[in-house]
Design a protein around this ligand. Structure first.
Ligand code: BES
Ligand code: MN
Ligand code: ZN
Length: 508
């Protein structure tokens, strides 16, 4: 799919298809109104017959309207005009994309940019349309021997803007949307792969492949012998039961001023989480192939940054392991020494994410980061606390939490902050080591996971995103979502804009 922006009247478009909005009940949006006037009220007449109320999810495909130059018109239900908010706008675009995918039109001009969304500007709508259309097109059927029926997606999507003045901004919104969508797609593809194929070694290869495509990226893969030499006893404890060798993947993208501190993204890369000796129950265990979605989102975000050529320094760190039971696996009760020197009593081998992340966080100190953000499918308790809509957000630095909340709002990839108070920390006390990897009860499980990580993030500004409820969908639509690539990319876009403002000030 190719996206472009264009200004011009709907009735003057010589194209295979126009997409126009209809509010409930049977009220045309401004662009649809203008089109209707040009075709002598044909749309209004049709609507009066009652075939389209304008509810979200409804659509109607029309051919051969008089006095116009397009082959088809797709009328898209938009719900009540005053009720169109972020969520409904996304829904409307999803339905529009699905309906367009059923037509034979190779090109479509979208006038749904004229919907009024409370608190949102044209460029936000353009970016959301690009993301929604790419999402609607996504299939994960590479491993099916009989593919779903071949679909005819429109090759060219043209987004209408009111006038020429809006073209440059619209083009930038398209570029951002396309880059984010490509990052989301990479993250979904990796997440959806089966765990027999998507191993730690495979993730390392994917990082190398990305570096071949983008010369600005440098990739380094640390092997188990390197990790032993460094002293990453916590990470190594998790991989002991697996036949798959662990990897620590380091990605470096340096396109900012050399002296400027990098942003470090740390992604949990457990390619399958059986729980280890603290074995998980069997039901739904297949979904633990998604336990590497944090890692995948680091790759996806770097991809988006590189497509946008952001003038920033960004480092990705991916501890990649498989958590298996076995004769050599770690036991509950084992005590290991982390890279930080702190000792950990492993009371539950299923709390493995924090064990690999703590060593990666300590390793991040070497980069003298401006901020470190870890992304992890860390706790089932986060799903209990927040459900499956926002990511759980924790931070030791309120301005960083605020910046992530702002980026989450802009990208419509939402977060909800949870507390990280000192009061919780004593829950991790151990009789035999500096700390235990789990608390003695199930209270505040998502917070306890974050508390554990915070002990390894004292030397920098740090935030933790618990994406257990958001990285994939369960049930009939099972599959990776590609979140939080939109949020992280927006955070970095905001940092690039901030740096530009600061440089501008310094120059004056
Ligand atoms: N990967 C899981 C967390 C998870 C579970 C994410 C279900 C999404 C859905 C993590 O490694 C884990 O097993 N966490 C334990 C922690 C507990 C032992 C303190 C959990 O959530 O039960
Ligand atoms: Mn686990
Ligand atoms: Zn896990």
């Amino acid at each position: 799919m190719e996206f472009t922006v264009k200004s011009g009247n709907p009735e003057k478009q010589r194209t295979a298809c126009l997409a126009l909005g209809v509010y409930e009940s049977r009220r045309l949006t401004p662009a649809a109104e203008q089109f209707d006037t040009a075709c002598g009220g044909a749309l209004g007449n049709l609507l009066r017959r009652g075939d389209l109320e304008g509810k979200i999810g409804q659509s109607l495909l029309l051919f051969n309207l008089p006095g116009t130059l397009c082959e088809r018109v797709l009328l898209v239900g938009c719900g009540r005009e005053r009720e169109v908010d972020d969520r409904r706008f996304r829904q409307i675009m999803h339905h529009a994309a699905a309906a367009l995918n059923e037509t034979a039109a190779a090109e479509v001009v979208i006038y749904l940019t004229d919907l009024v969304v409370k608190g949102r500007e044209l460029n936000w709508k353009i970016r959301q349309i690009v993301e929604a259309f790419e999402e609607a097109r996504y299939r994960s059927d590479a491993l099916k021997s009989k593919k779903d029926a071949p679909r005819r997606f429109p090759r060219k999507i043209i987004l209408s803007v009111p006038g020429r003045r809006e073209l440059p901004g619209g083009e930038r919104a398209v570029r951002e949307g396309v880059a984010i969508a490509a990052g989301v797609k990479l993250t979904r593809d990796l997440g959806n792969l089966p765990p027999n194929l998507c191993t730690p070694a495979y993730l390392a290869e994917q990082a190398q492949t990305l570096a071949q495509e983008f010369p600005a990226l440098r990739v380094e893969v640390l092997e188990e012998t390197d990790l032993e030499r460094l002293g990453m006893g916590a990470l190594l404890a998790v991989t002991r039961g697996s036949a798959q060798p662990a990897k620590l993947i380091r990605l470096e993208y340096r396109q900012g001023p050399a002296m400027r501190k990098p942003y470090v993204l740390v992604g949990k890369g457990v390619t399958f989480d059986t729980g280890g000796i603290s074995l998980k129950p069997g039901e739904g265990m297949d979904e633990m192939k998604f336990d590497m979605c944090g890692a995948a989102s680091v790759l996806g975000t770097l991809r988006a940054c590189m497509e946008l050529q952001l003038p920033l320094n960004v480092i990705g760190l991916i501890p990649a392991v498989e958590n298996m039971p076995g004769g050599r696996a770690s036991r509950p009760g084992d005590i290991v020494t982390s890279l930080s020197g702190q000792t950990i009593e492993i009371l539950n081998t299923d709390a493995e994410g924090r064990l690999i992340l703590c060593d990666a966080l300590t390793y991040a100190e070497r980069d003298e980061p401006a901020a470190v953000i870890d992304i992890a499918t860390l706790t089932g308790a986060c799903i209990i606390a927040l459900g499956r809509h926002p990511h759980g957000l924790f931070s030791n630095h309120p301005p960083l939490a605020h910046a992530l909340q702002a980026a989450a709002h802009t990208a419509y990839d939402r977060v909800w902050e949870l507390p990280l108070w000192e009061d919780y920390q004593e829950g991790l006390d151990s009789n035999f080591a500096d700390m235990a990897n789990v608390a003695g009860n199930r209270d505040g499980g998502a917070i306890m996971g974050a508390c554990f990580l915070s002990r390894f993030a004292k030397k920098f500004h740090w935030a933790h995103l618990d994406i257990a409820g958001t990285a994939w969908k369960t049930g009939k639509a099972k599959g990776a979502t590609g979140r939080p690539v939109p949020l992280l990319t927006q955070y970095l876009l905001d940092r690039a804009a901030e740096a530009e403002r600061e440089d501008g000030r310094a120059a004056h």
